[in-house]
Ligand binder design. Structure first.
Ligand code: CA
Length: 425
């Protein structure tokens, strides 16, 4: 758990002027890490305003060390963050400024981004009690929450090969649909394609097979956070999920935002873990820790926008579908990680864990269309006059995240964006 220090001072400014824009997601207090492609080569960058600092060049590091190792060891290191802030700060010498400007500063709009890590394993949790309750109600009105929910951070093993970076289109999946219970299922393009607003975190330090991770140390294993869209085909999911859980309804695509906001950058926005209701069980001892209870949560606003083909033709702004907050999760990211390793499963550097759909108590805080439209029963009205039960072809979903707190500089996550293309004929 990183403390607030001088790198979080709201008065720090950069000589990179775009980083001083009050609306930017990327002031000098943020400095998220990403992987970008230039001249066909993937490299590590640190985002500052509208620019990227070429990390490898800046540190004169060598490629042979490997991206994952380098970015994690360098960027999650407080001393490195300190040094970058000095060199990018207003009071850096002209010499330093020129050296960086001429050699290591790249226009962010001129490069492409890839997924930040080579992820071998991806796990998706289900940690919003509001989401679990809303979804549960649709299927089991009298008994929405499963009996294990308040004891276990529920999760399933996702598919890592179909993790794609923000901006890449997704193809509508085909699968078995059994909407007519009188007839056998048919294999058709999904008619109930949905998104899920989630936050992902990357493992920076693994554990040996057979070893566990103490809840006190959980965050030492987490590199940072980015946004995740867990695309979901509800019709495929609904037919296949019993008894083993999500499979092809989820594995066709998961979009991640390219910028990983480090745990240190998030220090000012830490909040207590979710306050459990009177009568809820306490977490079992292996998931219980005073530090986790007092500041295991993170206050991150999460917005979901949609644009449709017609909205773009009419020049309409993207329409806000929901705003939820990560602090409303029933389980903390530390508890998710500790639980994941609690049976001796070995976590590895670059593993991605996602929180599950982040929803809140209010109707405006429902993080997927399944909840917003109550499985299609109450379609969303859009400013174009269109309605949506689920996503149509050429709809684009844009997710954003940001942290705001009195006395600190606002920081953001950038975008997690993806458009739905038609299924193959
Ligand atoms: Ca999910």
């Amino acid at each position: 758990m990183t403390n607030i220090n001088e790198t979080h001072d709201q008065n720090l400014k950069s000589w990179v002027e775009s980083a001083n824009d009050p609306d930017t997601d990327f002031p000098i207090q943020n400095l998220p890490v990403c992987k970008f492609v230039e001249n066909g080569e993937a490299r590590i960058g640190v985002v500052i305003g509208d620019y990227l600092l070429d990390f490898e060049g800046y540190f004169n590091a060598t490629l042979s060390e490997g991206f994952e190792k380098m970015s994690i060891e360098l960027a999650s290191n407080s001393q490195v963050r300190n040094q970058m802030q000095k060199d990018l700060g207003k009071s850096a010498s002209k010499e330093t400024q020129n050296l960086i400007k001429e050699n290591f500063l790249i226009d962010r709009n001129k490069v492409e981004f890839t997924s930040p890590f080579k992820t071998a394993d991806y796990t998706d949790f289900y940690c919003s009690i509001y989401h679990a309750t809303n979804v549960g109600k649709l299927f089991r009105p009298d008994n929405p929450l499963m009996p294990n929910y308040k004891w276990i951070p529920i999760g399933y093993h996702g598919r890592a090969s179909s993790i794609i970076p923000s901006g890449q289109d997704i193809k509508r999946p085909k699968g078995q649909n059994r909407s007519d219970a009188e007839k056998p299922p048919i294999y058709i393009p999904s008619k109930a394609l949905d998104y899920e607003m989630e936050v992902g975190f990357y493992v920076s330090k693994g554990n040996e097979l057979g070893e566990t991770i103490d809840i006190k140390d959980a965050e030492d294993h987490i590199f940072g956070l980015s946004l995740v869209n867990d695309w979901s085909a509800r019709d495929i999911q609904g037919w296949e999920y019993q008894p083993l859980g999500p499979f092809l309804g989820k594995s066709f695509a998961t979009t991640v935002s390219p910028f990983v906001v480090t745990m240190e950058a998030l220090a000012p926005f830490r909040v207590p873990a979710f306050k459990r209701e009177e009568g809820d069980p306490k977490p079992l001892p292996y998931l219980q820790d005073d530090g986790n209870e007092t500041h295991g949560g993170i206050d991150i606003n999460l917005d979901v926008y949609i644009t449709t083909k017609k909205m773009r033709e009419m020049d309409l702004e993207p329409h806000l579908l929901s705003r939820s907050n990560l602090k409303d999760l029933y389980w903390t990211i530390g508890q998710m990680l500790t639980h994941h390793a609690s049976n001796g499963c070995n976590l590895q550097v670059g593993d991605l864990m996602a929180t599950g759909t982040v929803s809140g108590k209010e109707d405006s805080e429902r993080g997927c269309l399944l909840e917003i439209t109550r499985r299609g029963a109450e379609p969303v009205e859009l400013p174009s006059g269109e309605t949506r039960k689920f996503l149509e072809d050429y709809d684009e979903i844009i997710m954003k995240g940001f942290c705001e707190k009195e006395g600190f500089r606002r920081i953001g996550f950038g975008e997690c964006r993806g458009m739905v293309l038609p299924a193959d004929e």
